[in-house]
Design a binder for this molecule. Structure first.
Ligand code: AR6
Length: 167
């Protein structure tokens, strides 16, 4: 499995699946979630509505998969990161589950390439370095059949942290 680091906007990537840092309601929001829904169009929200109707949203640490609408990616995995509290409220395990459950959905759908944003490190306030360590460790230790995993950093600070940790 190849691991790549990119700085930029995840909505531009031509990969099999991009991961969205969603909320439990799957209703779209700001940050990367807003960017994905804007660029992908209504089809993504409609697919999220159906999931909400059938299973009542998505719990923290879990993931669901939808169409990518008009995006160049084939699918979007929506996962819900933990809101940072004090680090002692289960946040590390929940964040790790976001990565593992996203990888699992990609494998189940026979996909080869996946791109992750820095889940929970925006509005949800997870300390960036700690989140990056979990993101890298989760992927490295996971048992999956993917060919390529891409970390997409939108902000400079995350990009620098990933550069350091991946080298
Ligand atoms: N491409 C890649 N990464 C991005 C982009 C983009 N276009 N835009 C922002 N980021 P956030 P969270 C980075 O706040 O902390 C939403 O309202 C950003 O720099 O998007 O998990 C949801 O609906 C940051 O590093 O997600 C939830 O309510 C990272 O994405 C809530 O925010 C995550 O920041 C989720 O909060």
């Amino acid at each position: 499995m190849e691991i790549e680091l990119i700085r930029g906007d995840i909505t531009n990537l031509e990969v099999d699946v991009i991961v969205n840092a969603a909320n439990t309601e799957l209703r779209g929001g700001g940050g990367v979630d807003g960017a994905i829904h804007r660029a992908g169009g209504e089809e993504i929200a409609e697919a999220c509505d159906k999931i909400r109707e059938s299973q009542g949203g998505c719990p923290v640490g879990e993931a669901v998969i939808t169409t990518a609408g008009k995006l160049p990616a084939k699918f979007v995995v929506h996962t819900v990161g933990p809101v940072w509290q004090d680090g002692k409220s289960g946040e590390p395990a929940l964040l790790r589950n976001c990565y593992l459950n996203s990888l699992k959905l990609a494998v189940e759908n026979q996909l080869d390439s996946i791109a992750f944003p820095n889940i929970s490190t925006g509005v949800y306030g997870y300390p960036k370095r700690a989140a990056a360590e979990i993101a890298i460790q989760a992927v490295r230790t996971s048992d999956n059949t993917l060919k390529k995993v891409i970390y997409v950093c939108f902000d400079d600070e995350n990009f620098r942290i990933y550069q350091q940790l991946l080298n």
